[in-house]
Design a protein around this ligand. Structure first.
Ligand SMILES: Cc1ncc(COP(=O)(O)O)c(C=O)c1O
Length: 451
């Protein structure tokens, strides 16, 4: 057989049966999935269509990313016309207009002072880039002994070695324990069901957990600490909303010791909390914001880091012919990604989607809290258009209950997200009240009939 025949493309394209064996799915029980696959064929606005013709209401905006709803015409068209004009240009020593426009639009909606953008192709790359920027910044300031990072328990910062090291989700770290980056401590997480169960919005109790930051800093001496990274609201851990005043306290402590504060807004960015970024909603300005997902409405992979001028300018030294930062990706500022970002931001603006998210959030809050009192529900947390519903675990079968509820909802044509012992909801910002009602009614049924 020659090499050309090995591709077997025509046979594959015409085959009715899909051979599932070659594909290894991420973060998925592969054997179970392949025995009973969920295949999506197309999507529009709030709905997916499966290969068996079912319409599935998307209760999680794809994966916390399709904020403007699926297959939105202006975004699709922008990508189509971009690929016909310029498919690719390297970002090393070259660039293109769309990348500059996207950077400017993103900084325009970012908190004041955050005015430079470094592009990546994913949230994980963006997290690792932010950590590298922090190290590079301190070196540029002749403060290069600052090398330690502080993350937080239960945090998800993607799957790069940097991200899992500062992250705090145990199964994501367990297999790689020997190779995590050194010099990382973790703040305690802020989940406190005993005191804060069923809080609406920010819980009242727990601001003092931020003071643990000062203890960790003083343990190592502040002169050794480079940065602190947190999700303003932990998403993948099941939507953990920060206690009132907590983020402000982190900001004060970081400023006191000249430590960079990084907000990972991969989930909370682009309208999820009712503002462009959670930083604005909580009125706390970090030194860097990590973003991804909603920046392109999930259409083309893209992420990035927004930094303040102090950080950017610190790098802009040395001979002007020399590279200032030895870091970047083949697809940093990819033309399709920036075209998608520019079109997405325009949709967000033209349809007032951040305001819409804000307006819908109180209806959403009442709806999700109506699940209180159902079987095994031990907590409900919400902020903006995101919520986590936590269940009593089944003994010796961690996370099975939430997974069962996810499967049951899918059977009834609603997509929700299992996350440990939680179900997370993060509907697209175009959701209407009737969509929220369907999601909640389906969840009620699934919770009541779950194992
Ligand atoms: C807070 C946060 N950071 C980083 C990431 C990683 O993003 P990606 O999957 O695009 O690498 C995610 C993904 O869900 C996330 O929620």
């Amino acid at each position: 057989m020659n090499v050309r025949d090995k591709f077997n493309l025509e046979k594959l394209a015409s085959g009715k049966e899909i051979n599932m064996d070659p594909l290894w799915l991420p973060f998925t029980p592969n054997r179970q999935f392949k025995a009973s696959p969920r295949l999506i064929e197309n999507a529009k606005d709030m709905y997916y269509k499966t290969s068996t013709g079912k319409s599935i209401l998307d209760g999680i905006a794809g994966l916390w990313c399709v904020n403007a709803g699926h297959c939105r015409k202006p975004i699709v068209k922008a990508i189509q016309s971009q690929v016909e004009k310029l498919d690719y240009a390297t970002a090393f020593n070259m660039s293109h207009e769309g990348a500059f426009r996207a950077a400017e639009s993103i900084t325009n909606i970012a908190p004041p002072g955050l005015n430079h953008v470094f592009f990546t192709s994913s949230g994980s790359e963006a997290v690792d880039s932010a950590l590298k920027i922090a190290l590079g910044y301190h070196r540029a300031k002749n403060d290069g002994q600052r090398h330690r990072f502080i993350g937080r328990q239960k945090a998800y910062h993607g799957v790069g070695f940097g991200g899992i090291s500062v992250g705090g989700i145990v199964p994501n770290r367990k297999m790689f324990s020997s190779s995590l980056i050194p010099g990382v401590d973790h703040l305690p997480h802020t989940l406190n069901i005993e005191k804060n169960a069923f809080s609406r919005g920010e819980p009242n109790s727990g601001v003092e957990l931020a003071d643990e930051l000062e203890n960790i800093i003083l343990l190592h001496d502040p002169s050794n600490i480079a940065g602190v990274i947190v999700e303003p609201i932990s998403g993948s851990a099941g939507v953990l909303v920060p206690p009132r005043g907590y983020l402000k306290r982190l900001r004060e402590i970081c400023s006191k010791y000249k430590i960079l504060l990084i907000f990972d807004e991969v989930i909370t960015g682009f309208g999820r909390t009712g503002e462009a970024f959670a930083a604005q909603k909580f009125q706390v300005t970090p030194d860097m914001i990590v973003f991804a997902k909603g920046v392109t409405n999930g259409t083309v992979p893209m992420g990035g880091v927004i930094v303040n001028s102090d950080i950017y300018n610190a790098f802009m030294h040395g001979p002007d012919w020399a590279i200032e930062f030895y870091h970047g990706y083949t697809y940093s500022g990819h033309p399709l990604a920036t075209a998608a970002a520019n079109a997405t931001l325009k949709v967000y603006r033209d349809e007032n989607l951040f305001e819409r998210s804000n307006e819908l959030s109180s209806y959403f809050e009442d709806a999700v809290h109506s699940l209180k009192g159902l079987r095994n529900v031990v907590d409900i947390r919400n902020y903006g258009l995101m919520c986590g519903i936590q269940f009593l675990p089944i003994a010796e079968k961690p996370s099975q209950r939430a997974y069962d509820i996810f499967e049951k909802c899918f059977e009834k044509n609603v997509l929700v997200r299992p996350a440990g012992e939680n179900i997370a909801l993060t509907p697209p910002l175009i959701a209407e009240k009737k969509h929220i009602d369907i999601i909640i009614d389906t969840l009620k049924w699934a919770i009541n009939s779950s194992i």
